[in-house]
Design a protein around this ligand. Structure first.
Ligand SMILES: [Zn+2]
Ligand SMILES: [Zn+2]
Length: 220
């Protein structure tokens, strides 16, 4: 019996534990879900909820019509966002194994940024500190995530370009970064930079820190 329960843990057959929360770290029922969301007490992965704002979804003029934002601009904006978040988190908290951003539209997945650190203690510290931070005018909401294997959480149809559920799919639709940026962020050999251990003054320093002119264009 115990073996059977272990084999179905976190799958659709499991009537107790929510398979969506287990695999994707987010479920559309949120706190009202009838199944359990087992929040991890330690994990290599953190999620920053709703952090990425796709300008194609948010750009609206005063009369409610959509501004035109080209695909090239969106990719550039996204690459800048990705690089900034990745670089800052890696410098502050420790080596990142992988980072993924959801391009879904459902409230529980839209703009979620998943960061998998190499070490659990780095993830823990990141969550504790990031919850006191602001990013582009909104409070950051960070938590430890049960997601460890992104192949399990991704929508396979989306990767083949054939997901019929579109943005409201409940599996992750991960937005790819450009090839150059991928090479730049992941392509270095073994990293030797040790993260700075300063614990002081993150908030004001953060505001002054934004050097990259792309983030002053006020697209948010
Ligand atoms: Zn659930
Ligand atoms: Zn899908």
């Amino acid at each position: 019996m115990a073996e059977y329960l272990a084999s179905i843990f976190g799958t659709e057959k499991d009537k107790v534990n929510c398979s969506f929360y287990f695999k994707i770290g987010a479920c559309r029922h949120g706190d009202r879900c009838s199944r359990l969301h087992n929040k991890p007490t330690f994990s290599q992965t953190i999620v920053l909820l709703n952090l990425y704002r796709n300008p194609q979804n948010t750009a609206q003029t005063a009369d409610g019509s959509h501004c035109h934002v080209s695909d090239v601009e969106v990719q550039e904006h996204y690459d800048n966002f990705f690089e900034e978040v990745f670089t800052e988190l890696q410098e502050k908290y420790g080596e990142i194994e992988e980072m993924n951003v959801c391009d879904n539209l459902g409230d529980h997945l839209v703009g979620n940024v998943y960061v998998k650190f190499r070490r659990e203690e780095d993830a823990e510290r990141a969550v504790a500190e990031l919850n006191n931070r602001w990013f582009n005018g909104q409070a950051v909401h960070a938590e430890l995530s049960p997601v460890t294997d992104f192949r399990e959480s991704c929508c396979r149809q989306y990767e083949m370009g054939e997901c019929t559920r579109g943005g409201f799919c409940n599996f992750m639709h991960l937005r790819p970064i450009s090839r150059n940026l991928r090479r730049q962020l992941y392509g270095r050999g073994p990293r030797h930079r040790s993260p700075p251990r300063s614990h002081t003054g993150h908030r004001p320093r953060e505001r002054n820190r934004r050097r990259c002119p792309d983030h002053r264009r006020g697209r948010f």
